[in-house]
Design a protein around this ligand. Structure first.
Ligand SMILES: NC(=O)c1ccc[n+]([C@@H]2O[C@H](COP(=O)([O-])OP(=O)(O)OC[C@H]3O[C@@H](n4cnc5c(N)ncnc54)[C@H](OP(=O)(O)O)[C@@H]3O)[C@@H](O)[C@H]2O)c1
Length: 287
């Protein structure tokens, strides 16, 4: 039986991925930083035989203890899914550096810590797969999304470097880049728009994008499917966009110059902004 370790399984994509792999016969170690409050995960564990492991990806000792626990119990780790992450961003002028540090500790250094802990085992066994959950925001920069986007761009860069470093040891590394996915991540951000003055327009447009996509969202199970594909396919790729919005926005961004992209977002009037985006990507992305 193959073993997968997944971080951030208390809700959303992590929980769906733990369920997905267990249903396909994997031995699943589902990471949670507070297992005692992860009630949906406990229910899934009882139903599907998941092993819950405590791990806070911002904490070196916690990561080391988690990986040691999995190796002791299972003998090996065949796949690692770095899913734990936090949202949020805000205009750069207003976002606190503390929040920026926390975002990077979680979304960037978290996966790096996990990879550093797991790679010696995978290298010794001469096989393994690592899947890092990035985001559409790791490909496309939108105003108001600063630290989150930066953390995912950093994750994209290091993942490409690591993939190149470990391929010759038989280890596969991939990035999953979902668009908007229906998970609790959005409910965790409740700052009122007025707190973003004078950058309300950027945040309003971001929430408009999220709201529009959440009308017919990509589901966490769709992301789980893409993660499994990245691990199992005989024709592995480095990057996998998940969701029509991720594909449309990435293609739209790729069709214009950097300067045109900045200019398109600089319209003060919302309608002119939406019209500029619709010229790039068609209707249905923002409204
Ligand atoms: N939802 C989307 O639209 C979307 C789109 C693209 C990419 N993503 C990415 O997908 C991943 C999962 O997000 P989600 O949407 O499923 O959100 P979610 O439901 O909020 O899940 C995030 C998970 O990460 C955990 N986590 C946060 N900080 C942690 C830490 N320091 N150590 C360990 N676990 C920690 C959370 O645990 P707690 O319950 O303890 O907070 C939770 O289990 C993230 O990397 C996110 O950036 C999401």
């Amino acid at each position: 039986m193959r073993t997968v370790l997944i971080t951030g399984c208390s809700s959303g994509i992590g929980l769906a991925t733990a369920r997905h792999f267990a249903a396909r016969g994997w031995r699943v170690f589902a990471g949670a930083r507070s297992p005692e409050t992860a009630t949906d995960l406990s229910t899934a564990a009882a139903e599907l035989g998941l092993h819950i492991v405590r791990v806070d990806v911002t904490d070196d000792a916690s990561v080391a203890a988690c990986v040691a626990e999995v190796i002791a119990a299972a003998g090996s780790i065949d796949a690692l899914v770095n899913n734990a992450g936090i949202g949020g961003g805000g205009p750069v002028e207003l976002a606190s550096l503390d929040r920026g540090h926390t975002t990077f500790e979680t979304n960037y250094f978290g996966p790096v810590r996990m990879m550093k802990a797991v790679l010696p085992h995978m290298r010794a066994q001469g096989s393994g797969a690592i899947v890092n959950i990035s985001s559409l925001a790791g490909r496309v920069c939108l105003a108001g999304h600063g630290h989150y986007a930066a953390s995912k761009w950093a994750l994209e860069a290091i993942t490409e470097c690591v993939a190149s470093e470990v391929a010759s040891f038989g280890i596969r590394v991939a990035l999953i880049e979902p668009g908007v996915v229906l998970t609790p991540i959005f409910a965790k951000s409740s700052t009122p728009l007025t707190a973003y003055a004078p950058y309300e327009a950027a945040i309003r447009r971001l929430w408009k994008l999220f709201g529009k996509q959440l009308e017919k969202p990509t589901q966490p199970a769709d992301v789980a499917q893409a993660i499994e594909h990245a691990i199992e396919t005989n024709e592995p790729r480095l990057r996998y966009l998940v969701g029509a919005d991720a594909r449309t926005l990435t293609a739209g961004r790729g069709s214009v110059s950097d300067e045109q992209w900045v200019e398109a977002q600089a319209h003060r009037d919302d309608d002119r902004f939406y019209e500029a985006m619709e010229r790039l990507m068609g209707a249905g992305v923002f409204r």
